[in-house]
Design a binder for this molecule. Sequence first.
Ligand code: FAD
Length: 299
Amino acid sequence: MYRYAKPTSLNDALALLGNGDWKLLAGGTDFYPALGSKPLRQDVLDINGLDDLRGISTTDSHMLIGARTTWTDILRAELPSSFDGLKQAAREVGSVQIQYCGTVAGNLCNASPAADGVPPLLTLDAEVELRSMRGCRALPLSDFILGNRKTALAQDELLTGIRIPKPATNGASAFLKLGARRYLVISIAMVAARLVADEGKIRSAAVAVGSCSAVAQRLSTLEHALIGLPLGPALAEAAMAAKLDELSPIDDVRGSADYRREAARELVARTLLAACDGANGHGNASSGGKPVDVRKTAA
Ligand SMILES: Cc1cc2nc3c(=O)[nH]c(=O)nc-3n(C[C@H](O)[C@H](O)[C@H](O)COP(=O)(O)OP(=O)(O)OC[C@H]3O[C@@H](n4cnc5c(N)ncnc54)[C@H](O)[C@@H]3O)c2cc1C
């Protein structure tokens, strides 16, 4: 006999988690496909009764995306332009039905190398909030996802929210994804970039690439090289010249390692150009995450 529980308070949820081997269920859009044709053979803790975990709030030090916040919630929220990349990723996750059920937190906990939410959240310096009956800890997202389908989540822990530190809410951002077709597709490569500029020159840059390593990576060498460059084509030129040593793409059915590396380079260049809009100044004039026309080539 396997148990199913749908607690309505966080304390009850954590008490259950502290006492048993539960599988957490949020939107179910990774949970159910992962079962394949096998029957469910684990106790299921459904977090959909935890109303307090849904939505986006602000504290003195950070913005908090609750664990039950869906991709549709992200798209509908009023957010600064530094979140445009996350919104553009939200539009690319599956279909509108998947975006309506699937949560941002579920995307992180599933820890797929092709999870579209990871690169934009890395560029926002995101941290995850992990709670158990033992207490609460916060981990940088880069320390939370340890490998393909591997996270630092302990058996008795629940990811309750994603924190974006206030300083990382500055600037403007963009996200681009390459798949074998335009829509409803797993990424061959995807890139997020967030730029902060002063008087037309880059003050800080955050660039992350997914699907080209077991865990999405920030490109710290390129980020440093971008500082001081003028907004515009110089950024794309720096990207085309970058070595991208942080990436370790593999050959698979979706593309060869060489193709992925070249595609990533081109996507980085285009994403930087797309993020230039609004990066000068405070970057609060959000485009609402509407897709940017990047058909102009980088080179
Ligand atoms: C048709 C289809 C298309 C898709 N397309 C894309 C795509 O284009 N891009 C993309 O990135 N993904 C895609 N996905 C995957 C999926 O929709 C996303 O990863 C989604 O964000 C998962 O969220 P969820 O709430 O459904 O997670 P669930 O399926 O409920 O859970 C996923 C995993 O996270 C764990 N978990 C969930 N919430 C928590 C929590 N709060 N604390 C701890 N553990 C937790 C669960 O136990 C499970 O292991 C697609 C899926 C489908 C079915």
